[in-house]
Design a protein around this ligand. Structure first.
Ligand code: SAM
Length: 299
């Protein structure tokens, strides 16, 4: 248990310094919260709650969260990670879709610098929500989240495209999702998310997380992924046509590019981009995708 000194109003408007217990969310604490609030974890919403404070502190360290940072947490759940972030001195915007969790979450984060918003992170009007919370610091907002596994890839790719102010990320995702995001060209794990991710920045798997630290235990393995989004794309071409070509190439990943990209580029155009038409999508690096996109746009 961590004690946080907060100012409280006494009777008569007097202010006094009084320790307020901030409880870390261990397995028994989470069970107790769920019981008191009549909650059970929703599989559909990917609710696997973290119940190991030492791991949470490690996540906060790996996320490089510092005093005064503005952190966006997607899917705070019962607040396991939210508390760790706030105790590290961050100001946290916690966006949670499940309204039934909110009373419990608000109870857990009471007295901390946490703003809870009930919204779907895939559909929320981010500019409005962020503006009414706090302006982006010069270095941008940090995103730290134990993501619901079924929406992790689209959520990350959509936010990389739409929210350049989300500059530094540390996310907990299913192992296959994390490895694909971070995969280098030419490797078996390389796929659509790897190339689209690399357009915006870099992704690196920075740790593995055992199933025992979740309540309930997930059936899949998990990894921590650090993402750094640059201020500009890493190659010079538009994103939409790049994404179209990448999806076409990997949509038929066993086929040579002259077949998989036939609807978009002729063999001559592929050669003009200095790419071998007999290569397969996973063999191309980001620069090669950029050259193909520029040839496609110049048609
Ligand atoms: N952060 C908590 C933790 O680590 O214990 C909970 C993580 S749990 C894996 C994922 C959380 O995301 C759940 O609380 C779930 O309700 C929430 N969630 C699922 N889909 C969401 C969405 N589209 N937008 C916002 N939150 C979502």
């Amino acid at each position: 248990m961590v004690f946080l000194a907060i100012l409280r109003h006494e009777g008569g408007g007097r202010l006094s310094l009084r320790p307020n217990p901030i409880e870390r969310l261990t397995r028994p604490v989470i069970r107790n919260i769920m019981e008191r609030h009549g909650l059970s974890p929703s599989r559909a919403l990917g609710q696997n709650f973290l119940c190991e404070p030492t791991l949470i502190d490690k996540i906060v360290r790996l996320a490089r969260v510092e005093e005064g940072d503005a952190v966006v947490e997607i899917g705070p759940g019962l607040g396991s990670l939210t508390v760790g972030l706030a105790l590290a001195g961050a100001s946290v915007l916690a966006v949670e879709i499940d309204r039934y969790l909110l009373p419990a979450l608000r109870e857990v984060v009471a007295g901390l610098d946490v703003e809870v918003v009930n919204a779907d992170a895939l559909a929320v009007d981010w500019p409005t929500v962020l503006e009414s919370w706090r302006p982006a610091p010069g270095s941008g907002y940090r995103v730290v989240a134990n993501l619901p596994y079924n929406i992790a890839t689209p959520l990350i790719l959509d936010l990389l495209r739409d929210r350049p102010e989300f500059t530094g990320w540390l996310v907990l995702v299913q192992r296959e999702v994390g490895e694909r995001l971070a995969a280098a060209p030419g490797t078996a794990a390389c796929g659509i998310p790897s190339v689209l991710m690399s357009y915006w920045g870099t992704a690196e798997v920075v740790g593995r997380v055992p199933a025992e630290v979740f309540l309930p235990r997930p059936k899949v393995e998990s990894v921590l992924v650090r993402i750094e989004r640059g201020p500009t794309p890493r190659i010079e071409c538009d994103f939409a046509p790049l994404a179209t070509l990448v999806r076409a190439g990997f949509g038929q990943r066993r086929k040579m590019l002259r077949r998989s990209l036939a609807a978009h580029l002729t063999v001559e155009q592929i050669e003009a981009a200095e790419v071998r038409p007999t290569d397969r999508a996973e063999q191309l690096d980001l620069d090669a995708w950029g050259r193909l996109t520029r040839v496609h746009q110049a048609r």
